[in-house]
Design a binder for this molecule. Structure first.
Ligand code: NOJ
Ligand code: CA
Length: 706
C-alpha cells in the first residue's frame, strides 16, 4: 500500500530564545497569509486567542482554560516563558480515500506558559494555521508536583462575530442520530430535542451542539467547528450562549465520577478545529481533520480493500425478516428453546443468494446481520452483558460454509458484532471474535452499540467509550480486521493513524427511513450532512434504495428522495465501504438503474466539489484510482434546480462515454420518485452539462474512458 510519505519538507524552524526580555512570537499566519491567529494573555494572565480571515476578525478574543478537581483551576496568572514558530509542508498518501495525495501545509505557533504564582504549573498551547482553517490543542508537559489531572470542565471559548446561519444537531452525550436543524445561532435550542421517540438512548444536559457544526455568514464566510485526534479524552460538545453569540467546550461526562477526563502527565488534548473557507465546496475539499492526525501506525494495510457491499440488513429494517431466529425468550435464564418462527434473515441460503448477486454485479462483500445467537433477547431488557458472544451462529446459519462459498465466488463476508452497548462483554470477547474472523479470512466487521451503555452511568461519547472505541480499533488491527462502527464515537481523522477505522455511521442513516415515526430523513438531509458530519470522515449511510415507497412492507414509511438521488449518493457520500442497501429483488427489477451501482468506484484518486450550498444542493466529481474514470453525484433538497457543470477536470485529448442517470419528467421525491431517464453521450474536457434536478432529486453520471 502506498501510504508512504512522499516528501517532508520542513521549510524553516525559527526557535526563539527563552529569555523573557526578548520579543517572543505570539502571532501566526497561514501559508497564504489569509488566516491569522493571535495569542494573548489578558491583564489577569488568562490565555486567550483570536482569529482573523482576510483581515476580518472571525473569532473575537476567546479565553482558554480548565476547571480541575482537587486542584486549583488552570485559568489565570500565566506568563509566556517561551514561544516558537515552525513551518511544515508535506504531501502524504492515503491508503484509500477521497484522494490519493494529501497536502499538509501549515505554520505553527507553540506558546509555553507557566503560572507566576504557586503551584507554578506549566502548560503549552499549540496553534496550527492552515489555508483552510486552524487547529489548536493544549499540552501538559511533565512537571514536578503535577502528576495526574482530573478535568471537570474544559473552558475553550469560541466568541463569534456574527449571528450565523447555523446547521446543528443537539449536543447529545449518547447519540448523533438527530436531524439537522437550520437556525440563526441565536435561535439554537438543543433542549427541545430531549424527548425523542426514535432513539434508543439520548442525553442532552444543556443547550449545546455536537460537532462538526457549520455556519454561514452574511458575506459568504463558512465556519465549521470540530475536533481532531480524539484519544483518551472525552468527546467535546459546544455549549451555546445565544445572547453573547459564543460557544464553549462542553466535555461529555459520566455518572460514575465527578470529573470528565482523567489523565497522567505528560499528555495533550485533542485538537480544537475551525474550518474557515469562502464557500461551501471548499469545506468538503479540506483535509484539515486528517492532517491534524498522526501518520499511519499500522504499516501495510493491504489486507483490507475498499469495496461495495450488499447485505442481509434492509430486509430486517423493513420487517421482511428478523435478526432473531426464534421468539423472545426468558430474560433471566437467557434460554432459547422456542421454535424458529421462520422469518430469520441470516440463513445460509439467504447469505448465498446475496453472495451470488454480489458476485454477478461487481460487488466485493456481503454484510450479514443477525447471524449469531442472542437476538432473541433484544427487546426490552436492561442487563445485556453476556447475551452476545460473537462466535456462536444460529443453527440455520453455517458460518464456515457461507465464508467458503463467498471465497469460491470472490465475495468477502463482512462480520457483524452488535454489542447492544454491553462493552465489558465485548471487550472480553474481542480476542476470540477477531481470531475467529482471522481464521476465516474475514477482514471487516460492522460493530454496533445500540442502547444505554453498560456499565451504567457511561455515555457513548465520554472518555470511557472513547477509549473503548479506540482500543477496539487497535486490537482489531492485530487480527487484520477493519472496523465500521455504528453508534460510534465521532470521526476525528484517526483513520490516518489507524486506517482500519474504515468507516462509521454516526448520523441519522438510511435506516430511519424504514421505521422512524417522524417521517424519515427529509429531502434536504444529505445536502446538510455533506457539509457537517461528512467533514469529519467517511460515512456508512447505506444508500441505494430503489423501492422508494416499499408499500409492500410499510405503508407509513418511505425514502424521501428520488431514485436518481439514491444513485447520486454513491458519489456524494464518501465511504471506502459503500453499501448497496436494497433487496436483491428490487435491484433485479431495475437492472438498468442498477448498472450505475455496478460501475461506480469506491476509491478515489481525486475529488472535486463542483458546486454546493449547505442544505440546498451539492455536486461532487470523483476520479476512480484504478481506472481513471470519473463519477459525478449531484443532489438537491426539496427544491428542484438547474445546475450547470463544467467537465474541464477531464483529461486533455480523451473522450469518454458519460451515462447520465437523471430525474425523469415530473420526477418528485414523493409524487413520482421512480421517474428516471438514462442517457449516454460522449463527453470531453470541453463539455458543459446542464443537470435538471427534481424536488428531492439528483443525478448520477459515470464517465468512462472510451
Ligand atoms: C443499528 C445500526 O445502525 C443498524 O445498521 C443495525 O442494523 C442495527 N443497529 C442492529 O445492529
Ligand atoms: Ca434548503
Amino acid at each position: 500500500m502506498k501510504y508512504i510519505k512522499l516528501s517532508i519538507i520542513v521549510l524553516s524552524i525559527i526557535i526563539f530564545s527563552c529569555s523573557k526580555e526578548k520579543d517572543l512570537p505570539t502571532v501566526i499566519t497561514s501559508p497564504n497569509n489569509t488566516i491569522q491567529i493571535d495569542f494573548n494573555l489578558t491583564e489577569k494572565g488568562v490565555p486567550s486567542y483570536k482569529v482573523s480571515f482576510e483581515n476580518e476578525e472571525v473569532i473575537k478574543t476567546s479565553t482558554l482554560g480548565f476547571n480541575l478537581k482537587d486542584f486549583p483551576d488552570i485559568n489565570e496568572d500565566f506568563e509566556i516563558i517561551n514561544s516558537t514558530t515552525n513551518s511544515f509542508n508535506e504531501t502524504w498518501q492515503m491508503p484509500w480515500g477521497e484522494q490519493l495525495d494529501v497536502v499538509n501545509n501549515y505554520n505553527e505557533l507553540i506558546i509555553e506558559l507557566q503560572e507566576t504564582v504557586a503551584p507554578n504549573r506549566k502548560i503549552n498551547i499549540v496553534f496550527k494555521a492552515y489555508d483552510d482553517g486552524i487547529g489548536f490543542r493544549y499540552e501538559f508537559p511533565e512537571q514536578d508536583n503535577f502528576i495526574e489531572i482530573f478535568i471537570t470542565d474544559e473552558n475553550t471559548q469560541f466568541n463569534l462575530t456574527e449571528d450565523y446561519k447555523t446547521f446543528w444537531i443537539p449536543g447529545d452525550w449518547d447519540i448523533y442520530e438527530h436531524l439537522y436543524s437550520t437556525t440563526k445561532f441565536s435561535k439554537i435550542d438543543a433542549l427541545k430535542y430531549r424527548d425523542h421517540s426514535n432513539l434508543a438512548q439520548t442525553q442532552i444536559p444543556e443547550n449545546s451542539v455536537n460537532t462538526p457544526v457549520t455556519m454561514v455568514g452574511k458575506s459568504g464566510l463558512h465556519l465549521s467547528f470540530h475536533e481532531a485526534a480524539l484519544v483518551d479524552y472525552s468527546g467535546m460538545t459546544l455549549k451555546v450562549d445565544t445572547l453573547n453569540l459564543s460557544m464553549q467546550s462542553g466535555l461529555v461526562g459520566s455518572r460514575n465520577q465527578d470529573y470528565k477526563v482523567k489523565r497522567t502527565l505528560p499528555f495533550h488534548t485533542p485538537w480544537r478545529t475551525i474550518h474557515i473557507t469562502k464557500n461551501a465546496p471548499d469545506l468538503i475539499e479540506s483535509n484539515l481533520i486528517v492532517n491534524l492526525n498522526e501518520p499511519n501506525k499500522l504499516g501495510d494495510v493491504s489486507w483490507i480493500k475498499p469495496t461495495k457491499y450488499t447485505g442481509i440488513w434492509w430486509e430486517m429494517h423493513l420487517g421482511k425478516s428478523t435478526w432473531d431466529m426464534s421468539a423472545k425468550q426468558d430474560m433471566t435464564t437467557h434460554t432459547t428453546q422456542a421454535k424458529p418462527h421462520g422469518k430469520h434473515g441470516a440463513t445460509t441460503k439467504n447469505a448465498k443468494a446475496f453472495i451470488d448477486f454480489s458476485a454477478k454485479n461487481n460487488i466485493g462483500a456481503v454484510l450479514i446481520e443477525g447471524w449469531n445467537t442472542g437476538w432473541e433477547h433484544w427487546i426490552g431488557f436492561e442487563d445485556r452483558e453476556g447475551v452476545f458472544d460473537f462466535v456462536t451462529p444460529y443453527p440455520d446459519y453455517d458460518l464456515q460454509e457461507v465464508v467458503r462459498y463467498g471465497k469460491e465466488k470472490g465475495v468477502e463476508i463482512i462480520m457483524h458484532h452488535e454489542t447492544s452497548a454491553a462493552t465489558e462483554t465485548y471487550t472480553k470477547q474481542q480476542d476470540t471474535a477477531f481470531a475467529l474472523m482471522q481464521s476465516l479470512g474475514i477482514h471487516a466487521v460492522k460493530t454496533g452499540y445500540v442502547g444505554k451503555i453498560l456499565p451504567k452511568g457511561e455515555y457513548h461519547h465520554g472518555q470511557y467509550m472513547v477509549n473503548h472505541y479506540n482500543n477496539t480499533v487497535e486490537k482489531a488491527a492485530k487480527y487484520q480486521v477493519a472496523i465500521n462502527a455504528h453508534e460510534p464515537i465521532k470521526a476525528t481523522g484517526l483513520r490516518r493513524t489507524y486506517p482500519n477505522t474504515i468507516s462509521r455511521e454516526g448520523l441519522r442513516g438510511q435506516e430511519f427511513n424504514a421505521w422512524a415515526s417522524d417521517g424519515g430523513n427529509p429531502p434536504e438531509h444529505i445536502s446538510i450532512v455533506a457539509f457537517t458530519r461528512m467533514l469529519s470522515g467517511p460515512i456508512d449511510f447505506t444508500p441505494g434504495i430503489f423501492d422508494i415507497k416499499f408499500d409492500k412492507y410499510k405503508k407509513d414509511n418511505q425514502v424521501n428522495t428520488t431514485i436518481a438521488q439514491q444513485l447520486a449518493l454513491f458519489v456524494v457520500i464518501y465511504s471506502p465501504v459503500q453499501m448497496a442497501a436494497d433487496l436483491i429483488e428490487n435491484y433485479e427489477a431495475n437492472l438498468e438503474a442498477f448498472q450505475f451501482i455496478k460501475d461506480v468506484g469506491v476509491d478515489w484518486k481525486q475529488t472535486q466539489v463542483l458546486n454546493g450550498e449547505i442544505g440546498d444542493f451539492v455536486t461532487i466529481a470523483r476520479q476512480e484510482r484504478e481506472t481513471g474514470n470519473w463519477f459525478i453525484g449531484s443532489i438537491t433538497d426539496e427544491n428542484s434546480r438547474e445546475l450547470n457543470i463544467n467537465l474541464d477536470f477531464l483529461e486533455e485529448g480523451q473522450s469518454y462515454s458519460a451515462i447520465i442517470y437523471k430525474d425523469g419528467n415530473n420526477a418528485h421525491w414523493n409524487d413520482n420518485p421512480l421517474a428516471l431517464d438514462i442517457e449516454t453521450v460522449t463527453v470531453t474536457k470541453d463539455t458543459k452539462l446542464t443537470l435538471n434536478l427534481a424536488q428531492g432529486g439528483g443525478a448520477a453520471i459515470s464517465i468512462i474512458k472510451q
